[in-house]
Design a protein. Structure first.
Length: 597
């Protein structure tokens, strides 16, 4: 096995700290996971004493926040950058034991996605995806083929179907699924996650019959004779969903490996994981212990219970040579705009009887934030609607009187923030610090839906990247993968244009909120690192930072949005080791060449 080249001198001390505190059943041995991991070997080129990367067109966000260009840099055997060499400066020779010719290619810092769901990303890539199917027949064909390819799976799991897209005019049925998969139980979530479609084997395994009653907030769709037809809505979906066997440690390890591979193909070398469960964290640790954790993960525990279980008395130290840290907690203030779960100040324009719902009372929010803040956990709260953002901002302002210092409280999405609340954000920015963690592609995907939900008068505060940055908030960018693809290039293009991939609307939607190329690049590098308290570890090409970098074929500082979307990532390097090479795309998949020592 390839040995990761960056042993951290303090790793032994770090390691002893937390998981020893966990109940023994949670301290899974790594033996099971290793078998699965062994199948996923990434290309790695270990660092030597001092490595010189020469002959590059390098650019990074500099220490002054401006673009800094360079032609070479040197990193040590721990994968930490020692020197950056600019035009007109001499390339050092002393102590250099390895030289890598960049062949004049463009080099950028490894990109950072400030909001992903790591395991969800891997799962989406490993399970059946029906989101692109255009008819029931096409979906059934895909499901049948998937079943044939996975005859030994106890259950077949998938997601993404949409009977509206299929123009079916009704829900699909269990009988239709039975025709292609009669044996194994099948459970397929609808595109919005608010319904599930089962075959008869799954209904049988779950004990759902004509006599079953739906729980409150759920519905069993029935045939004329009262038998379940196969689709279960909202809370009723748990009747079947709860019978799906939980993933094994081996499954989770394969899922993590798959997610890492996806990130590297798009040039992401670090991510913030927004809602890590204890099982997710254990998978990260198993990978780290096996020297198979390559991507850098800034983890936010899923709610306060997971956070305390993972972190105990506070955030974890950086583990595995800056590859993993528990930063804080992820909380949810409201739902999403599409399902009208986002909590608005005034009724929805396209459904005046509702203005959405909070998922926490103000008292609960204050208590949870306070519980996290007292142990110096960073707080990241999902807030989409303007009322959710308003309530969250006032809770942050209240707490900033007690919990002082550099807190960098994060608002995840900050999708609709009433301009009346911008001054509150500005005040928090000046005291404890505040991060607007936003997803440029949500704006382009949601545009028409947001106009319908909000009406014309509330759009000023929607996806208001430039206005929120102007309050003094740190603007960090991400994808919310697997909701959107983990593709920072689509994000960079959307950020500077507010046009979708077809160029619509020309000139950009609410174009005053477009950001500069510099702000966009910072949003995916230095600012995303700052948003996770990682700015002294990675995010830029600078002395003291980890040597995380990518070779690309397109310059995001000069290319058109369409060209930026089409950017090809040629190579991805983390900590001075190569983890992705477009010339050897099979690297990272099962059967890849073993890593070289
Ligand atoms: Zn999310």
């Amino acid at each position: 096995m390839g040995k990761w080249p960056t042993p951290n001198p303090s790793r032994k001390r770090e390691r002893g700290r937390k998981c020893d505190r966990l109940p023994s059943r949670l301290r899974e041995g790594s033996g099971v996971g290793l078998a699965a991991l062994a199948a996923f070997t990434f290309l790695t080129t270990p660092a030597h004493a001092d490595t010189l990367i020469d002959n590059v067109q390098g650019q990074t966000i500099g220490s002054d926040g401006q673009i800094e260009r360079f032609k070479a840099f040197v990193y040590d055997d721990a994968g930490v950058i020692k020197a950056v060499i600019h035009e007109g400066e001499k390339v050092p020779k002393k102590g250099i034991t390895a030289r890598l010719d960049g062949k004049g290619r463009l080099l950028l810092p490894g990109l950072i996605d400030a909001h992903v769901h790591v395991m969800g990303t891997g799962t989406a890539a490993l399970t059946l995806d029906l989101s692109e199917t255009n008819s029931l027949a096409e979906a059934l064909e895909k499901i049948g083929a998937y079943a044939k390819a996975h005859p030994d799976r106890p259950w077949l799991i998938g997601r993404g179907w949409n009977q509206e897209r299929w123009k079916l005019g009704r829900f699909p049925t269990a009988a239709e699924l039975d025709a292609v998969v009669p044996g194994q139980p099948v459970w397929l979530e609808r595109v919005d996650g608010h319904a599930g479609w089962a075959n008869s084997a799954a209904l049988k395994a779950a004990g759902v019959t004509a006599a079953s009653t739906a729980p409150t907030g759920g519905e069993i769709i029935r045939n004329a004779d009262g038998t379940p037809s196969g689709v279960l809505v909202d809370n009723a979906a748990d009747l079947v969903g709860s019978h799906v066997p939980p993933p094994t440690a081996r499954d989770l390890d394969a899922t993590l490996a798959q997610a890492q591979r996806l990130f590297f193909t798009r040039g992401l070398t670090a991510v913030a994981d927004m809602g890590s469960s204890i099982q997710d964290w254990q998978a990260f640790r198993r990978a780290g212990d096996a020297n198979q954790l390559y991507v850098r993960i800034m983890a936010y525990g899923d709610g306060i219970d997971n956070t305390l279980l993972i972190g105990g008395p506070g955030p974890s130290p950086w583990l595995y040579a800056d590859r993993l840290r528990l930063n804080g907690v992820k909380l949810y203030m409201d739902g999403a705009l599409g399902s009208r779960g986002a909590w608005l100040k005034a009724p929805y324009s396209d459904k005046p009887e509702t203005r959405g719902l909070p998922r926490l009372t103000q008292t609960q929010l204050g208590n949870l934030m306070s519980r996290a803040a007292m142990d110096h956990y960073q707080i990241a709260v999902h807030a989409i609607g303007d009322e959710a953002n308003s309530v969250l901002l006032s809770a942050m302002e209240d707490l900033s009187a007690t919990y002082t210092g550099d807190r960098r409280w994060r608002i995840e999405h900050a999708q609709i923030v009433d301009p009346a609340d911008w001054p509150v954000m500005a005040r928090i920015a000046r005291t404890t610090g505040v991060v607007a963690s936003m997803q440029p592609v949500h704006q382009t995907s949601d545009r028409l839906m947001a106009e319908a939900r909000l009406g014309p008068d509330r759009l000023k505060g929607a996806y208001a990247w430039t206005s929120l940055k102007a309050t003094g908030a740190t603007l960090a960018f991400g994808s919310d993968s697997p909701i959107e693809r983990p593709d920072p290039w689509a994000g960079l293009a959307a950020a500077i244009s507010r046009e979708d991939e077809t160029g619509q609307p020309a000139g950009g939607w609410q174009p005053q909120e477009r950001v500069s190329r510099l702000t966009a690049l910072a949003g995916y590098t230095s600012a995303a690192a700052y948003a996770g308290f990682a700015e002294t570890h990675f995010g830029r090409i600078a002395p003291g930072q980890r040597a995380d970098f990518i070779f690309v074929d397109t310059d995001p500082m000069t290319a058109t949005p369409a060209q930026i979307r089409a950017t090809k990532v040629l190579e991805t390097w983390v900590g001075g080791g190569k983890v992705w090479d477009a010339a050897k795309p099979e690297g990272g998949a099962a059967g890849a060449e073993p890593a070289k020592r």
